[in-house]
Design a protein around this ligand. Structure first.
Ligand code: PLP
Length: 507
């Protein structure tokens, strides 16, 4: 992040003078927590000589003049400041000095945080070594606060507006978000619900799936998928995955029986499943296709968005998802007006009108504050997904040709949302590599360490079943850090650490 000059919007009123104004949300990359001003120094004085680790500032010289000198990771910058219509945004991590301050100078500073002495670095050598440390800092698997540092004010302001509106359930924010999200998914309806799990469960219920019914699910993936089936009192029928972790269409047909009502597939890691094959089988047996799109926000299968590829789709806005809110949230997308209205009703105590409960529903709604957060983040989702794509290409280039690892597959016709960057490490080496990366300050994850039919809650009934691919995934999968906020150099460091583990030279 480099410092940035901004123009202060000004209204001129002739004899009345000028009125300059700043709106945090539109003009600044941070929201203002503190304002201070400096005046009354000696002619030609100097100040500053410190840096901040986290604090953002915007400096405006209201009267008089000075020269602001900034020095940081991305270079040195010098600005003459003598015009109340201009401000300088100072990102964290810059050493700042103010020279040639005139005695009439009045300096206004807008700051992103409350006063905190531990945020200051007051010694120049200490600052230099702090900068060096930053470049060698551990690489987190995911650090959500990085988004706040960059986009915080936009999202925070949207949430503040929701708080101030006085409406917290079933208001404007949910409505507008639903419309926008449906448009992105290419569906007629999007219905906000409490979380991704509830989204799956409510779709199943809306389709009338329950006791005695069977739903086909993949044995590789997250436990929420089969749990939603079980919670509807239906039976999950596990099938194996294929080489990329997604449900294997060939295995589906063999699992279909008289009681099969639906195929519930996950676009695992944000990689769209083989929808043409799956839909063909579903049509042949007249059963429903439901997408668990909780990892596939913005992903596309042959040009069509995930969320629009079956009868209905479930999304989660859990904070770590490609589109996440500041708590729990989810939604159902569909073109089927009956599913949409039933899900909405079920999620709202079975009522469309207050105190008229037509069916036995539950309480599972997306709330206004979460919807406000999602609305503010939605325009960035594609930018963030594109950034994930760029970083995954970096991985693909730099990790290719290592015998012991298999890189994720890329389908030319599809756009992946890259929720996770999953590599497979030859059995037995995965955990040693993970430990090695950890010792080098690189955090990784495993998605998921246990195939679903082997999970304790299912092992009694399904533990004896055998799904070799899914069980191998559980033993070999390793998720490398991949988030829009990771830097190129972080990803390159990870690649070199993996390469060195396998005795390859760094690149
Ligand atoms: C996150 C996730 C869910 C559950 O979403 P919640 O909002 O946490 O309930 C379901 N399925 C998949 C594939 C997920 O990744």
């Amino acid at each position: 992040m480099v410092p940035q000059k901004i123009q202060i919007r000004t209204m001129d009123s002739g004899e009345l003078g000028a009125l300059g104004f700043i709106e945090s949300r539109y003009n600044l990359p941070f929201s203002i927590r503190r304002i201070y001003y400096i005046y009354g120094g000696k002619e030609n004085s100097e100040r500053g000589h410190h840096a901040h680790k986290k604090l953002w500032q915007c400096m405006i010289v209201i009267k008089g003049s000075l020269t602001l000198v900034l020095d940081g990771d991305e270079g040195s910058f010098s600005y003459p400041l003598n015009n109340p219509r201009e401000g300088i945004i100072i990102p964290p991590g810059y050493w700042r000095e103010m020279h040639n301050i005139t005695s009439d100078a009045v300096i206004l500073v807008l700051a992103s945080h409350d006063y905190d002495e531990s945020d200051y670095i007051r010694d120049h050598n200490a600052f230099k070594s702090w900068l060096k440390e930053q470049a060698l800092k551990p690489v987190p698997y995911l650090e959500l606060s990085r988004y706040i540092d960059t986009y915080g004010s936009i999202v925070e302001n949207s949430a503040i507006d929701a708080i101030r509106s006085g409406t917290y359930i079933n208001g404007q924010n949910v409505q507008e978000f639903e419309q926008k999200f449906a448009a992105i998914c290419g569906t007629r309806y999007a219905v906000g619900v409490g979380n991704g799990f509830a989204a799956i469960m409510l779709i199943l219920e809306a389709l009338g799936i329950g006791q005695g019914d069977e739903v086909i699910v993949c044995a590789a993936g997250f436990v929420a998928t089969p749990l939603a089936v079980s919670r509807c009192k239906a039976t999950p029928v596990f099938v194996d995955c294929n080489y990329n972790g997604n449900i294997n269409p060939n295995a589906i047909e063999r699992a279909i029986g008289q009681n099969s009502k639906a195929i519930l597939l996950t676009h695992l890691y944000g990689n769209p499943a083989d929808m043409d094959e799956i839909n063909t089988i579903a049509e042949k047996y007249s059963i429903a296709v439901i997408e668990d799109a909780c990892q596939a926000h913005g992903a596309k299968y042959k040009g069509r968005p995930c969320g629009s590829l079956g009868r209905a789709a479930a999304f989660s806005f859990y904070p770590t998802k490609n589109l996440g809110c500041f708590g729990d949230g989810g939604c159902v997308t569909t073109n089927d007006s009956k599913i949409a209205s039933t899900v909405r009703k079920l999620a709202n105590y079975g009522a469309t009108k207050k105190y008229q409960h037509e069916i036995i529903g539950i309480n599972s709604r997306l709330d206004e504050i979460q919807a406000a957060v999602l609305r503010a983040k939605l325009p960035y989702m594609h930018i963030w997904n594109e950034r994930r794509n760029v970083l995954s290409n970096l991985y693909m280039e730099r990790l290719s040709g290592i015998d012991c690892i298999t890189l994720p597959t890329i389908e030319k016709n599809n756009i992946q949302s890259w929720h996770v960057f999953p590599i497979r490490v030859l059995e037995g080496k995965r955990d040693i590599l993970r430990e090695y990366l950890d010792q080098h300050g690189i955090s990784t994850n495993i998605h998921y360490p246990c195939a679903l039919h082997k999970q304790h809650c299912y092992s009694q009934e399904h533990g004896h079943e055998y799904f070799p691919e899914a069980e191998t995934w559980a033993k070999e999968e390793l998720s490398l850090p991949l988030d829009a906020t990771h830097t190129d150099s972080e990803i390159m460091r990870i690649c070199n650490a993996v390469r060195s583990f396998f005795g390859r030279r760094p690149i």
